[in-house]
Design a binder for this molecule. Sequence first.
Ligand SMILES: [Zn+2]
Length: 68
Amino acid sequence: MGLLNSFNQWKETKYQNHVSNMKDQAKCPDCYGRGYTVYPYNEFAYFNSFECPGCQGSGQYTDWEEMR
Ligand SMILES: [Zn+2]
């Protein structure tokens, strides 16, 4: 299972980098500061966007951190 572990480690590292990048910009890592998320793969919601569950739509890193 060493391969799987290192893959998960790599994903985790990438995610941590993303989070710290967003933190520098004070943006929510889930929605890149937009305040909403879009699901283009869902044909029924193609033109819809949803309030980001990570930051409650504010797009702020501080709100995202509080929601964790
Ligand atoms: Zn967000």
